[in-house]
Design a protein around this ligand. Structure first.
Ligand SMILES: NC(=O)c1ccc[n+]([C@@H]2O[C@H](COP(=O)([O-])OP(=O)(O)OC[C@H]3O[C@@H](n4cnc5c(N)ncnc54)[C@H](OP(=O)(O)O)[C@@H]3O)[C@@H](O)[C@H]2O)c1
Length: 235
């Protein structure tokens, strides 16, 4: 399958690319800013001697604009159509609401909500019937879940991404393109330790990635327009 995943340089995105590669023959375009880490991912997957090809695509999602069709133009040139788009990149600044600078607020809303929105819009012409968009949200943005001080804009930008998922599923159901959203619970990555210093996450990045990889390939046979909590705790 032809897969695009954002935020693949570390954490859950990196581990998801590895899990996808272990279990199939894919071409995966891996997007994030850090070219060195993307190259490391490519080398790791080559060492696994899997049938998957990794294509690193260094790109800053803060630079998605109305006036350029990048990165979609480069993606379509490289692989043509896209079967799966995983909007995994995320940005967190842990600060009380009043201490967040306008720039920090804008960059969180951009990476967590606007960039997936613009990327989906760019990529839709290259997605056929049967394609699957998986948006990675957070339990923090899940209605009724426990909320934490310092995460207001992060969590609400993730809630917006969840709502976008439901709306696009309705709008594109006749074209056979599915949209689902996974609201992840605590997972052992840099972002988790930044949000909750000194706490242990209930899930490893590899464990969560294993589920996301399975869901990206198979989830659209069972779900469309769903916001699914992927968490061991309730709520
Ligand atoms: N860990 C958790 O407990 C948890 C819980 C709920 C939801 N999530 C969500 O799961 C996803 C993955 O999180 P994680 O824990 O793996 O976080 P992470 O380790 O901080 O990784 C974040 C990824 O996003 C990329 N990214 C950030 N800003 C970017 C930009 N401007 N342009 C391109 N890429 C950018 C980073 O790559 P570069 O720095 O190389 O650009 C990195 O690969 C996020 O959406 C997060 O919100 C995580």
């Amino acid at each position: 399958m032809n897969i695009v995943i954002t935020g693949a340089s570390q954490g859950i995105g990196y581990a998801t690319a590895v899990e996808l590669a272990k279990n199939g023959s894919h071409t995966i375009i891996c997007i994030s800013r850090d070219e060195t880490k993307l190259k490391y991912l490519q080398d790791e997957i080559e060492r696994l001697s899997s049938n998957t090809t990794i294509i690193p695509m260094p790109f800053d999602l803060l630079k998605l604009t109305n006036t350029s069709d990048e990165p979609a133009a480069s993606i379509s040139k490289l692989i043509g159509k896209v079967d799966i788009l995983i909007n995994n990149a995320g940005l967190l600044h842990v600060k009380s609401f009043i201490d967040l600078t306008p720039n920090e607020i804008q960059s969180m809303v951009m990476v967590n909500y606007l960039a997936p929105t613009l990327l989906i819009r760019q990529m839709l012409p290259y997605m056929n019937k049967g394609s699957h968009v998986v948006n990675i949200s957070s339990m923090g943005g899940f209605q009724g879940s426990t909320k934490f001080p310092g995460l207001s804009v992060y969590a609400s930008s993730k809630a917006a991404l969840a709502s976008l998922t439901e709306n696009l599923a309705e709008e594109y159901k006749d074209l056979g393109i599915s949209f689902n959203c996974l609201a992840l619970g605590a997972t052992d990555t840099e972002m988790f330790h930044q949000a909750f210093p000194g706490f242990n996450a209930s899930q490893s990045a590899k464990g969560m990635a294993n589920f996301i990889a399975y869901f990206a390939i198979n989830g659209n046979k069972f779900f469309n327009g769903k916001i699914l909590p992927v968490s061991l705790s309730t709520p």
